[in-house]
Write a protein that binds this ligand. Structure first.
Ligand code: PEP
Ligand code: MG
Length: 579
């Protein structure tokens, strides 16, 4: 019997694209646990059972780690590293022993200890800790599985054409996803910073997370549509919905094929105005997709991602190795390395940096402020960047500059690091270009002064919009007010571009606005020199640029700048969309 009504569940858009397929349900495996009394003479045996289960789990995780490393690379393998670190934590074993010494069975003891850790993490208002809670729970389940001799359903038994539905995605599953060519993914939990999202985006698999109940509503074999663009899934769709999405899928596929042809063509308008298209990356494993996309540089390397999923601070060597890898692979194209932007929604990693939770992290000790307050962290990174600059075309960029004083202070530290390296006879690019992100209104108002002192600027619209319009960039309640087409934002962009050009420097944009083809005509018309966007967006932006006339979009930009309201602006912009 065909379904009469779509079952629509809304979640978080974790990775773009549409996938249609059959559900493969990865069961949650919440084990049924019984508390048993263990007599004194059997307690050592119980500890041995526990240790054997932990060792078995470790061996399994090592296999997973090596597989992830070979299939997805070192950065993804860190997910398994975190699990191994948790297993090696002596305090966990000590706490479990305490329970066993009190006479309870190993299963119940491990369950109680994990539950306590999870509870304490849940009280911390920080997304990072929420995600780590999932890691701890996952580890607990693995040990319990080995104690009880039960195994979680794995993807090894899927038919390779499935949409994986689960409560959460584990590292082992992610490998299987790559190997088995899974089409899409839907999970009960996880947000934009979850492993689900990180891995799915890296593999370009459509995914929706945060669906809350999907793993209890879906059954293996059900038809499902994952709409990673809109952040929803449709379970048991009606024939009409299925037909609509199938059509959308084939349109998407044809568009992708068409766009691939643009890879080696320049980003040039029909009247020969050329701009640069660069890519944004979070880790070195993305370089190959950057090169495959036709980008001719990296316009934003968000280096703070190096601080995630680790227990110790990255060393100078860690910094150097990551930047060396990227710069060498991108050479002769440039790589703009942004110094760390921790804080705000990028989690302070309290354990790592030992910084207290703040009331208003977006207005707090974030980005360059944190680096200037803790110069050793900054110096460590600058030494890594400068050393790598001997092996490729690296440019350095500071985030969240809000005054000239901050710029001066950062440059002073940079100068000192350069002098130290010279004394140590270490090679580096002495003429390394230094730029500033423009993402705070105060920086926009003094852009004339900033532009005279840097080699380039890049507009960070994600923050510029947030700070200018007083709209939290991650708060769903005010999402409709977060508007790139607010007249103030467009006038700010115009001001940044004009003043920078007067000073003879180029202007890039690395915020999400640059990666949305809807805004491409107006940004081009305003005079933007470089668009830095996610690799998958590059052909789409290039296609728009290659189909418009610079003269025409300049006129459009002039018109738009006269408007005082959003509606008039979007009416004008909608009239120049390339279909
Ligand atoms: C921005 O603010 O636009 C930007 C690119 O930086 P991030 O998103 O990393 O804050
Ligand atoms: Mg920013």
């Amino acid at each position: 019997m065909p379904n009469k009504k779509d079952i629509i569940i809304k979640g978080v858009a974790a990775s773009p694209g549409i996938a249609i397929g059959k559900v493969f349900l990865l069961e949650n495996n919440d084990f049924c646990l019984i508390r048993k009394e263990i007599p004194k003479n059997k307690r050592e045996g119980e500890k041995k059972r526990l240790n054997d289960a932990i060792e078995k789990t470790k061996a399994e995780l090592k296999v997973t780690h090596d597989k992830i490393n070979s299939v997805l690379g070192k950065n993804y393998a860190r997910i398994a590293d975190v699990h191994l670190l948790i297993l090696d934590d002596p305090s966990i074993r000590k706490d479990v022993y305490k329970f066993i010494n009190d006479g309870v069975n190993a299963e119940y003891a491990i369950f109680k200890v994990i539950d306590k850790i999870v509870h304490s993490f849940e009280t911390i208002e920080d997304d990072y800790f929420k995600e780590r809670t999932l890691d701890i729970q996952d580890i607990g389940k693995k040990i319990l599985g080995n104690l009880l001799g039960k195994q979680r359903t794995t993807l090894a038994s899927s038919n390779g054409d499935s949409i994986v539905v689960s409560h959460n995605l584990t590292p082992a599953d992610t490998v299987a996803i790559k190997e088995k060519l899974v089409k899409g993914f839907a999970a009960d939990i996880g947000g934009k910073t979850s492993h689900t999202a990180i891995v799915a985006q890296g593999l370009a698999i459509p995914a929706v997370a945060g669906l809350k109940t999907i793993s209890s509503q879906a059954k293996t074999g059900d038809t499902i549509i994952v709409d990673g663009n809109k952040g929803k899934i449709i379970l048991s769709p009606t024939a009409a919905t299925l037909a609509k999405y199938k059509k959308e899928c084939s349109i998407q596929f044809a568009k992708r094929k068409e766009l691939e042809k643009l890879k080696d063509l320049p980003a040039e308008t029909i009247d020969n105005h050329k701009v640069l298209i660069f890519a944004n990356i979070d880790n070195p494993d993305e370089v190959q997709s950057v090169l495959d996309s036709g980008a001719i540089g990296i316009g934003l390397y968000r280096t703070e991602f190096m601080y995630f999923n680790r227990k110790t601070m990255p060393s100078e060597k860690d910094h150097f190795e990551e930047y060396f890898k990227v710069a060498e692979a991108m050479s002769p194209y440039p790589t703009i390395i942004r110094t760390i932007d921790l804080g705000g929604d990028k989690l302070t990693r309290m354990g790592l940096l030992n910084i207290e939770q703040e009331e208003n992290p977006f207005l707090g000790l974030r980005a360059i402020r944190l680096c200037l307050k803790y110069p050793n962290i900054f110096i460590n990174q600058l030494r890594g960047v400068l050393k790598a600059s001997a092996y490729g075309k690296i440019r350095l960029m500071y985030p969240m500059i809000s005054s000239l004083e901050e710029l001066h202070e950062a440059n002073k530290i940079l100068e000192k690091v350069k002098q130290d390296l010279k004394k140590e006879h270490i090679k580096f690019d002495e003429k390394i270009e230094v730029g500033s992100m423009i993402e705070v209104p105060s920086a926009v108002m003094i852009i004339d002064a900033i532009a005279k002192e840097v080699d380039f600027v890049s507009i960070g619209t994600n923050d510029l919009i947030q700070y200018t319009l007083a709209v939290d960039r991650v708060n769903e309640n005010v999402a409709s007010l977060y508007d790139p087409l607010h007249p103030t934002i467009l006038r700010f962009i115009k001001r940044i571009i004009d003043e920078s050009h007067k000073a003879g420097i180029d202007v890039g944009m690395c915020g999400e606005m640059a990666g949305d083809p809807y805004y491409t005509p107006v940004l081009l018309g305003l005079g933007l020199d470089e668009f830095s966007v996610a690799s998958v967006q590059i052909p789409k932006i290039k296609r728009v640029i290659r189909n418009i006339s610079f003269e025409n979009v300049q006129r459009i930009a002039e018109e738009v700048l006269k408007c005082g309201d959003r509606d008039s602006i979007s009416k004008i912009i909608s009239s120049v969309q390339i279909q």
